[in-house]
Each structure stands twice: as C-alpha cells, then as structure tokens.
Design a protein around this ligand. Sequence first.
Ligand SMILES: *Cc1c(COP(=O)(O)O)cnc(C)c1O
Length: 383
Amino acid sequence: MEERAEFLKIRSQAGLLRTLKPVVYRYHGRICVEDREYIDFSSNDYLGLSQHPKLIAAAKEAIDKFGTSSSASRLMSGDLKLHHQLEEKVAEFKNQEAALVFNSGYQANLGIISALVGKDDVIFSDRLNHASIIDGMLLSGARFFRFQHNDANHLETLLKKERKKFKQAMIISESIFSMDGDRAPLKDLVALKEKYNCELFIDEAHASGIFGKNGSGLIEEEGLAKRIDFIMGTFSKALGSFGAYLAASKKTVKYLVNTCRSFIYSTALPPAVIACNLSALDLIKKEPFRRETLLRSAEYLRSALKKKGFNIRGESQIVPLIIGQNFKSIEFARRLQEKGFWVLSLRPPTVPQKEARLRFSLTYDHNKEILEKLIDALCQIRI
Ligand SMILES: *Cc1c(COP(=O)(O)O)cnc(C)c1O
C-alpha cells in the first residue's frame, strides 16, 4: 500500500501523473470537458465518421434486428453472419486472402503475436512500436530485439547477427507511427524480410482509411500488399467505430481461430459495432474527399508551423510539436486550453525521455479557418 502511495507521489512530482477527464460530449471536431467546449485536436476520429448519419443508422438498424449483444464468443454461438460479411470486406479492402476480426487493436496485437511465435523464435521490433505489440511479444515468450526507429540498417545488423540462431523470425512495425506521425520504410522492411527469411507484421492502425488510392493504408500506397504476411488494422480510429482485424492468408486465419487466446476467450463484438464497421468500409470507398481534405490540412498545418520555427515531426494527419521538458509541455497544453483548444501533452513513458510533446490529431472537421486560429494561438504563447 505504502509503495503505491509513494509511486503516485513520485509520478506527480515528475509531472507524469495520469488522470481521467470525463468528456461531456464530442461533436464534429469539438469536445466539451467540464463546462467548456473546445476545438478538439485529441481524437483519432480522423475522418469524422463517428458522427456520420450512415454509421449511426447502421448501428440502430442492427440493434433493432439482432439486439444489443452477440451473446457468446465466436467459437461458441456468437458467430453472426455479419462477422463473416465484415471479414470478407476486410480481406478485399486489404487485398489479402482472408481476415479475422478482433475485439480491439490491443487484443489483436496481444493475441496474434503471441499465437504466431513462441520460445524458439525471434522478433525484430521497431523501438517505437505500440504498447500492444510489446505486450504481445512479451507474452509470446520469443526472444526479441528492438531496432532503432525506422532504421533499416540497424535492423539488418541485428538480422545478420541473430536470425540464424532461431527457427521462425518475425519483423514488426507500424506503418504510420502513432506518436511521431511518420512513415515506416516499408519497402526496405519487405526487402529485408525476404533476404533473411522472416515474416513481416505491419500495424496500420493510423494509416487505414487514410492512405492509398482506395484508403486501404500505406501498404496499398506502396503497392506491397502481396509481399506482407500479416496486416493488422483497427476500426477504432479513421473508421469511427470499434474493433480490429488481421488480414492475412487463409491458413493464418484458420490457425488463429484455433490458437489465438484473445480471439477465442472473449465475447464477439456486438452486431451494432459490426454493422458500423461494414458501413465505415463502404464510406471509405464512397467518400474519398474526406481523406484527401484531411491530408491537405495536415500538410498545410505542418508547413505553416515549420515556417514559424516550431519543431514539427511527421508526414501524416498526426502532427507532433516537440517541446522537450514535461512541465513545459503541460504548460503549453494548458495555455492552449485557455484559448479554446483541446490538445494532448504526451510525456514519457508514452514518448522517449526529453521528448515531451503536443500531439495534434487532425480530423476532417478542422478547416483552414480553425487551423489558422490554432497557428495564431501557438505563436502567442511564450513559456
Ligand atoms: C490505437 C492502436 C492500437 C490499439 O487499438 P485499439 O482498437 O484502440 O485497442 C494498436 N496499435 C496501434 C499502433 C495503435 O495506435
């Protein structure tokens, strides 16, 4: 007990205490917290689909037809036809043979990685990969090596030294990174996985729905779908809903249905969520203007802030402004809040030491006028 109190005290003194903040409502790029409304730069609802009338109607219709729960896990009796329809659509969307739906991105990464590799195997993982990937690696019991962020040369050094000592090998990376908003060198990763006889797992949580001609992701944009073994993505970000998936070979999906514990031992996603996911995939196809507008806005914000001398990273709808010290970053976020902007200050351990930052998550609802207001506000703040 005392150790826990001490832990909280230390966290608090370092400006690292995490606390919950109830949101009253969130609507078209705005968020209400306590009793004030802000412009919302903190959501992953990149395309604004969570408020789309078609998604809302799809959810309502599914509830009327099927009720509120799927009432069992997939392997028991929770396996609705809707789940299969969704998996077929995902396989097509990701240009793979088959797909399997998971209850969340966290559960997907945890379960898939730990089911596919084991103690005689090895994983090579980008240093900035998401916590769910790290937890999946730990649970797998495989040896793992972390390569410097987006550094294919460092990865090759590790592969040369370590690959031969193990049976199976998996390389894991995100395609668009959640904290830096930058792109993985996918072509280099594919070349290395082929050269060193590895399998490649790519997490497209932040790229799905946004990149590529059909909005499938960065893998589509780079024409690599047929050369990547495991493509993971979520419905919880650009697709405005909830849940996740793996797109892969039929053999892989069959194997996971038999071995993946986070898939087997959890109630299937409810029909309303599956119906939303189906509707979201449809909208990605029918409303490409959403992703086009979003990427144009992001480009505009990044270049405007760079011109003003800010330390900006990324090449996507995620625009990180690196501040450095934890307290400075918190103060920056607080001052922006005073001016009516809700933006998250990210601190270690979510990001590396001395790299505390503001992370602007752009959405379709942030028009040029809003972005100009934000740029003005940032320029006025002196800390
Ligand atoms: C958000 C995220 C996840 C987890 O997805 P959830 O559906 O929110 O559980 C996994 N991987 C990455 C890279 C993410 O950003």
